[in-house]
Each structure stands twice: as C-alpha cells, then as structure tokens.
Design a protein around this ligand. Sequence first.
Ligand SMILES: [Zn+2]
Length: 118
Amino acid sequence: MKKIDFQKVIEWLSFALKCPVCGYKYNLDRTKIIDTKQEENNQATLLVHSDCAQCKSSVVFGISINGGEIFSVGMITDLTSHDTKKFSQKQPISSNDVLDVHRFLKKFDGNFVKAFTN
Ligand SMILES: [Zn+2]
C-alpha cells in the first residue's frame, strides 16, 4: 500500500479551500493537519484546522479521499488548532455526562466560589 503524503494533499487543497465566512483563500501556513487516517483500500481521511487571515474565523475541515473523489465538510469553530488536536483525542460526551451536569445545575445556587471550594 502506497502511503499518502498528507502534506502534499494540503498543499494541493490550499488552492481550492476558501473561508466559508468571507470567501478569502486560505494561506497554507495557517492550515494545520490535526489527524489523518489511511485505510487498506487507500481511502483516506484528514481533519484540518484553518484560520482565515482576513476575517479571523476558524474552520475545521473533514476531508475524505476515495480514489479520484475528494469530499470536504467545513464547520466553523471557536477552537484553536491546539484545542482541536486536544479534543479530537477525547472521548465523546456521553448521555451520563449530560445527566450529571443537569443534576448539578438543578441544585446549583449560582455560587461558583462555594462550588469550587468544596
Ligand atoms: Zn474569512
């Protein structure tokens, strides 16, 4: 299996990727690869974070490469590239996590000092 050179993919994509907010063309130096995966059948996925030099918004792109087809989905985010990498390795929030927060907020009196000094 030939290894995909993901840096080359990003260099090529930087010609095509534009900011979904203002339409400004992304700079390669503001585009970082967060995660990559290559399957046995040469299908590959990338998670890319990009900051717009013009409007300062940040976007995470999920990019899927399957033979001659490339799909990308962009999502506006307030995460930095560092945060995106950090949270991509965390487990998803479970329904029990949501219930724990709900129970906490139900009896929370708004006193953060008391909540954090127990
Ligand atoms: Zn922009």
